[in-house]
Design a protein around this ligand. Structure first.
Ligand code: NIG
Ligand code: FE
Length: 401
């Protein structure tokens, strides 16, 4: 047993099995002067002056405890880097122009194909540890820098290996439909993806598609996702990153677990997603990284009761592992409140990857917790650009990442 004694405040979303939306997204519970008792990987009590037989006590007086952050959308297994593209972006080249010239995703595909398994593991582990240090306790990771069977499987294996280390848990997504590989013909590559599905199923639980101009059309995306459904994958879509190009509507039609990006979604699409029970995963690091002001219309989504989660999108274009930075962007650029940003990074993010045992601090929930060196939870966003996480507890264990 482990006792966390005397936190200045314990802050948590209310216990729920459904994602929070609308007004409820902005209402976190704040428990001052509170202890948390942990047994094995679970929280067994939250309250004042807990009498304890705990073998270990951590004094958390003056500290704030929040649930571990869940990062429900990353591409963090890759090789190489693309810092030169930042200079191109500064000169006005767009994300899609860079991709169309064989840069962007296609550049990282070359580097990831050429990287051997142990190098790919080592590069990815550095990012994974960095994510944990900044508070991520469960991390979704996608493939999509292979675009052929063996490299896709290599990436999926690394993502599973990271999750097996006893650090953060991973949820793994197959994303063969990330870009059309150079030299491939569209129709035949889409069939190759569909043929890969039974082989990659043992390494991944979700299937995702980049549905966008310059990537895959809504009809192509529908074909892939319907085939994935037959293999019992849960579904996600990269949708409406640049405009309302049909991805959001397709997400609603298929009733996917989450539709991600949604920077260009119209009100009509937002309403369809809400009706279909889809969670919107917003990735404000992406417009930030492409020097765009077009952030997802979070206020409009909350006003229309679409549940929102936040994620880093960690990838070589949008290179951050920090869910704290993402919450700060959500507040400063999308006008979400600090409470909404916390809910979107904990319970709603967990449900966006179908995890129902984490994201809240209450009896019976998984002991994924962050001890933060701040006087009030709102400092997580108010005081930006620094790491407030002092200690990370995952599954009841203090993690040294
Ligand atoms: O979610 N949009 C597509 N995929 C990633 C970017 C990947 C990359 O640029 O390497 C994203 O933004
Ligand atoms: Fe992405």
């Amino acid at each position: 047993m482990l006792l966390l004694r005397g936190a200045a405040e314990v802050v948590t979303p209310p216990v729920t099995s459904k994602p929070l939306s609308g007004k409820a997204m902005g209402e976190v519970e704040r428990h001052p002067n509170t202890d948390i008792l942990i047994e094995n990987d679970k929280i067994v009590a939250v309250g004042r002056d807990l009498e304890s037989l705990a073998s270990k006590v951590i004094d958390v007086s003056g500290k704030v405890i929040v649930p571990g952050f869940v990062d429900p959308h990353t591409h963090l297994v890759w090789s190489g880097s693309r810092e030169h593209e930042l200079e191109w972006k500064l000169k006005g080249r767009t994300y899609q122009e860079i991709l169309a010239d064989g840069g962007g995703i296609l550049r990282t595909v070359k580097e990831t194909r050429n990287s051997d398994f142990s190098d790919l593991k080592a590069e990815s582990l550095l990012r994974f540890n960095n994510a944990i240090k900044h508070g991520s306790t469960t991390i979704e990771i996608k493939s999509g820098y292979g675009l052929e069977r063996d490299t896709e499987i290599k990436q999926l294996k690394v993502a599973n290996w990271l999750g097996s280390l006893g650090l953060a848990e991973t949820v793994v997504t197959f994303m063969g439909a990330h870009a059309l590989p150079e030299g491939s013909e569209r129709f035949s590559y889409i069939n190759q993806i569909i043929e890969m599905l039974p082989d990659v199923r043992e390494f991944s639980d979700f299937c995702d598609v980049f549905c966008e101009e310059g990537a895959f059309t809504d009809n192509e995306s529908r074909k892939i996702l319907e085939a994935a459904k037959e293999h019992d994958f849960s579904l996600k879509i990269h949708a409406d990153e640049f405009g309302d190009t049909g991805g959001g509507k397709l997400a609603a039609e298929l009733g996917v677990v989450s539709a991600d990006h949604l920077a260009g979604s119209t009100l009509e699409t937002i309403k369809e997603l809400q009706k279909a029970g889809v969670i919107g995963v917003l990735l404000p690091g992406t417009p930030f990284a492409i020097l765009s002001d077009k952030f997802s219309p979070a206020r409009k989504m909350i006003a229309n009761n679409l549940p929102i989660a936040l994620a880093t999108d960690c990838n070589p274009n949008c290179y951050t592992e920090s869910m704290q930075f993402i919450q700060q962007l959500a507040v400063f650029r999308m006008k979400m409140t600090p409470a909404e940003a916390l809910v979107a990074s904990t319970i709603n993010a967990a449900l966006a990857i179908e995890k129902t045992d984490r994201g809240c601090i209450a009896e019976g929930w998984r002991a994924d917790l962050l001890i933060c060196d701040i006087p009030d939870y709102r400092h997580l966003t108010y005081h930006f650009g620094v790491n407030h996480v002092e200690t990370v507890i995952i599954g009841g264990k203090v993690i040294d990442a």
